[in-house]
Design a protein around this ligand. Structure first.
Ligand SMILES: NC(=O)c1ccc[n+]([C@@H]2O[C@H](COP(=O)([O-])OP(=O)(O)OC[C@H]3O[C@@H](n4cnc5c(N)ncnc54)[C@H](O)[C@@H]3O)[C@@H](O)[C@H]2O)c1
Length: 298
């Protein structure tokens, strides 16, 4: 699936969820710390139900294994029959790239020029690919400079000269393991937008609480982001309440305001939603015939 198709599908999913047409119980975390965790992520919409069984094991790449892996199951919601099984890593990368760029395009300044992705792993690469597909020049920065170089070469992006240069871009996307703060207090400048994708589970953070308290905050889903995303630290510290945070879907359907001026600093906190996975699985099913994928007929 092209990143552009994924972006359109994920946008439609945020809209359907905001309108109450799609439903999604919060994901369930099954901790296996310190190594990582499992998540069970259900959603219902488009005549189908989905369950993603997916991991985050941040130490895996050192052993040649992916951080994120698992399976996605898609069933027909009219009779409960299974219709598809998908590779969770592929679905996750497509929908994570799509959500980061959707948020950046919705909340960033209309005249934003420079874009950077910090953390060029599997999902950072997917974000950068999506930017490139949208015709935007993108810089990559990673603590592993060889990784940044090889991804940049593979997708036609650039390597940022320094971490500071990357973080000074009009649009910044962070996709790090969330073990250390990337955006300290005072680091974001007027007019910037940051999509924070890496901190998607307990104990992770990419932005300082004091910086969150200073900027305009958006999230994918309040229920999930306030319990397991970057926001949880600010909520626990009493620095952020429900009224301070706007969900991306509400901006897309015009029931909430997005950026209000070119001087605003906007951030989008993503923990990743099953509706995004459902959007990709449904879009992928459209291509099943063309690809000759064998199909069950009930
Ligand atoms: N929000 C979502 O929807 C979503 C989706 C998928 C993954 N994630 C999360 O995103 C994170 C990254 O996932 P991945 O699959 O790309 O992992 P990955 O292991 O493939 O990539 C992580 C990359 O970050 C780099 N890195 C580590 N610390 C860094 C730092 N301080 N600054 C810059 N780069 C740094 C690593 O060198 C590596 O290249 C994980 O925490 C994962 O759970 C979130």
């Amino acid at each position: 699936m092209s990143p552009e198709r994924a972006l359109a599908a994920v946008r439609a999913a945020f809209v359907a969820y905001a309108r109450g047409e799609w439903t999604m119980p919060p994901k369930v975390y099954v901790p296996a710390y310190p190594e990582g965790d499992f998540r069970a992520m259900p959603a219902l919409g488009g005549g189908h139900a989905l369950l993603k069984w997916v991991t985050s094991f941040p130490g895996n790449p050192a052993h040649g294994l992916p951080t994120v892996t698992g399976l996605v199951l898609l069933s027909d919601a009219s009779n409960g029959m299974p219709v598809g099984v998908f590779d969770a890593a592929a679905v996750t990368a497509l929908r994570t790239g799509a959500a980061a760029v959707l948020a950046a395009e919705t909340l960033g300044r209309a005249d934003a020029e420079t874009a950077a992705v910090v953390g060029a792993g599997v999902n950072g690469e997917a974000v950068a690919r999506t930017f490139v597909a949208r015709g935007r020049r993108v810089q990559l920065w990673d603590v592993d400079s060889a990784r940044a170089r090889s991804v940049a070469e593979a997708i036609g992006a650039e390597v940022a000269r320094t971490r500071e240069a990357a973080l000074a871009s009009d649009v910044v996307v962070t996709v790090t393991p969330g073990r250390e703060i990337v955006l300290d207090e005072g680091s974001l400048k007027p007019g910037q937008h940051a999509s924070l994708m890496g901190a998607d589970g307990p104990g992770k953070a990419e932005i300082a609480v004091a910086e969150l308290a200073r900027v305009q905050v958006f999230c994918d889903d309040w229920e999930q982001a306030s319990h397991n995303g970057d926001l949880v630290h600010a909520v626990e510290a009493g620095a952020l309440r429900r009224d301070d945070v706007v969900q991306l879907g509400d901006v897309l359907i015009d029931t909430a305001e997005g950026r209000q001026s070119d001087e605003d600093i906007t951030i989008f906190d993503s923990t990743g939603l099953a509706i995004q996975d459902l959007a990709i699985a449904l879009a992928a099913m459209e291509s099943a015939d063309d690809l000759g994928v064998p199909q069950l007929d009930f």
